[in-house]
Design a protein around this ligand. Sequence first.
Ligand SMILES: Cc1ncc(C[n+]2csc(CCO)c2C)c(N)n1
Length: 216
Amino acid sequence: MKFTEQLWQEISPIYSAILTHGFVNELTLGSLPSSTFQYYIQQDALYLTDFSRALNQLAARATTPNDMLSFTQFAQNAILVERALHESYFTLYDIQPETAKMPACFAYINYLLATTSLQSVAVGAAAVLPCFWIYREVGNYIHQRASQQNPYRSWIDTYASEAFDQSVSQMLALTDQYAENASAAEREKMRDAFRVSSRLEWYFWNDAYTQNRWLV
Ligand SMILES: Cc1ncc(C[n+]2csc(CCO)c2C)c(N)n1
């Protein structure tokens, strides 16, 4: 079994919790309150900018030109996605930009920046992988079920694209290659990083759903 297949098996309860989460359910049905979607998009714009920084960190630290190129392209793409949010959804759904990261976004981004800066590139790659992989799976899941009249259709179509599918496959191959060259202890850290980020993906949806804010 591929290393990444093993990773996916290990997060099976987390992935199920994401698919059955109220945010995903209501987004699919089109009944998600616009204020909830607004919170999500505002936080995601903040997330994407720093996610790009985390990928650039991996690009700077990768040892082969091929890997550097992959991480650089992913990093560039995250900024393009962020820009697309501004050019489409912010206008389409009349959303105001936000500057404060709420708890899940704050935790997730700081975890990714610390891991891609201070851990090995292999562990850093495992930490950013859920962002790609979970979005492809959740994106396809929603895409298959949502109606054409869904008010969030424009967002839903983004993650079901072929271009996105290709970058996820590239990221998976890259992670498997790092795992092959890693020691058992290193692979254990990769598994842990993959699980932590997957959990934080759930928290990201949950913060939007509950409109979570700093209590103090
Ligand atoms: C919280 C959160 N997690 C994952 C994504 C998905 N995503 C954003 S950028 C990118 C690819 C960059 O090359 C992917 C897969 C998101 N938007 N927000």
